[in-house]
Write a protein that binds this ligand. Structure first.
Ligand code: GAL
Length: 396
């Protein structure tokens, strides 16, 4: 029998079940008045002046808001610094409602990772009927359900759209988005690819693929310092697969290497050349111990992943699952890496519908790596409130 802690999203069987599991039975899509007033009591927009207030638990969570004061809805995020205009773009899943019809990709932009974040996209892409019936998200999206067109005998929408990641392709001058595209029963297991001329879209759906012929679930994209782009994904929720992207970033070029079973991937390389992969176990919306891997091999065709344990030293990783790691360079020219995560079900009483975010600095301390639970920290001075690790156990 499969151990519960080793089961992935397929355990839910369908999006409807996944939603039920992510909410308390009978939870409404409309935020409770308690939550609404709790959120409105804060006029703080996040991140304000670089202060990051992560959302660890319901009792202390403040909604992260955009420059208009609206909640930021961009889950399973991917961040991109636009090499053309220099602006930051934050792509993510739209509000985690019960009905897949409104699910798409939201995009926010900002001059700095510290915000304020402005919502991008256009409402024009929802059909009049959808808007009238209320089934469309009233907010702008850069990729909507009605843009996804699958050819042939493929499942009909609405589709599961998760973990969007965007890269700029210097050769074609296109912004290329990859996302986990699935049927409501999580059996389609594809990647959706879409392209745009501008980072804020609109994106045009290109195709649905099963990269290298392997069923694909949780996924991410990553560009190495030499400019080579990689695709990392959970292959049928059995093992991790890494592939290179084609020159135009529209496909992959064959399985390069296999890794252990995991999901929620984020790859990053330190300036000293060491390559890491942060990930989670497969427990659906439930948080579990993070896994940090270091590559000991010559390259990603033979990474020789070494498990360094859980850098949070917390069994539920402060209620988080990884989605991305991004480098940040302070005004004093110190570069560090920031852990970006989803708090799927512990951010508010509505659980999944109140999903929120945790961003934390990753501390390299000698041979050890730590992610501390900092309720509030300054992106310009990330270690001010970090713990002193001198006397701490190496792994907890
Ligand atoms: C998680 C996965 C999420 C989403 C969820 C649905 O395991 O990381 O991206 O797919 O399951 O059940």
């Amino acid at each position: 029998m499969t151990n519960d802690s080793e089961r992935g999203p397929e355990v839910y069987g369908s999006w409807a079940n996944a939603w039920d599991q992510g909410t308390r039975a009978g939870a409404s899509e409309v935020p409770s008045p308690v939550l609404a007033s709790h959120n409105m009591s804060s006029t703080k927009r996040l991140p304000s002046k670089g202060a990051i207030r992560s959302c660890f638990e319901e009792s202390t969570c403040q909604k992260w808001r955009d420059d208009k004061g609206e909640p930021i809805e961009a889950h399973g995020a991917g961040l991109m610094k636009d090499p053309v205009g220099g602006r930051w773009y934050w792509y993510g899943e739209s509000r985690k409602t019960q009905n897949l019809t409104s699910h798409g990709v939201n995009c926010y932009s900002s001059d700095s990772l510290a915000g304020p974040w402005r919502r991008e996209g256009s409402v024009a892409f929802a059909s009049g009927k959808e808007i009238q019936s209320g089934s469309a998200d009233p907010y702008p999206q850069v990729l909507r359900q009605n843009m996804i067109r699958l050819k042939g005998a493929h499942p009909r929408g609405p589709y599961v759209v998760e973990r969007p990641k965007v890269l700029f392709n210097a050769k074609t001058k296109k912004y290329v988005m990859w996302f986990h595209l699935d049927s409501h029963d999580y059996k389609y297991r594809r990647v959706g690819v879409a392209t745009a001329d501008l980072p804020q879209g609109p994106f045009t759906f290109v195709h649905a693929i099963q990269p290298d012929g392997i069923p694909s679930l949780d996924m991410s994209l990553w560009v190495d310092v030499d400019g080579q782009a990689y695709f990392v994904r959970s292959c049928d929720n059995l093992y991790t697969g890494i592939s290179r992207l084609t020159d135009d970033y529209l496909d992959s070029t064959g399985l390069l290497s296999k890794g252990p079973k995991m999901e929620g991937y984020a790859l990053f390389r330190l300036p000293n050349g060491t390559l890491y992969m942060l990930s989670s176990h497969q427990t659906g919306w439930n948080p579990n111990p993070l896994m940090l891997y270091r590559a000991n091999g010559p390259d990603l065709s033979d990474p020789q992943w070494q498990d360094l344990g859980n850098p949070t030293r917390h069994v539920e990783s402060f209620n988080t699952q990884p989605t991305y790691v991004v480098p940040y360079t302070t005004k004093k020219n110190e570069t560090y890496f920031m852990y970006m995560a989803d708090n799927w079900i512990h951010a508010g009483p509505g659980r999944l519908i109140d999903a929120s975010y945790v961003w934390l600095p990753i501390k390299f301390d000698g041979a050890h790596v730590f992610i501390d639970k900092l309720y509030s920290w300054d992106m310009e001075d990330p270690w001010k409130n970090a713990w002193n690790h001198d006397e701490r156990p190496v792994f907890g």
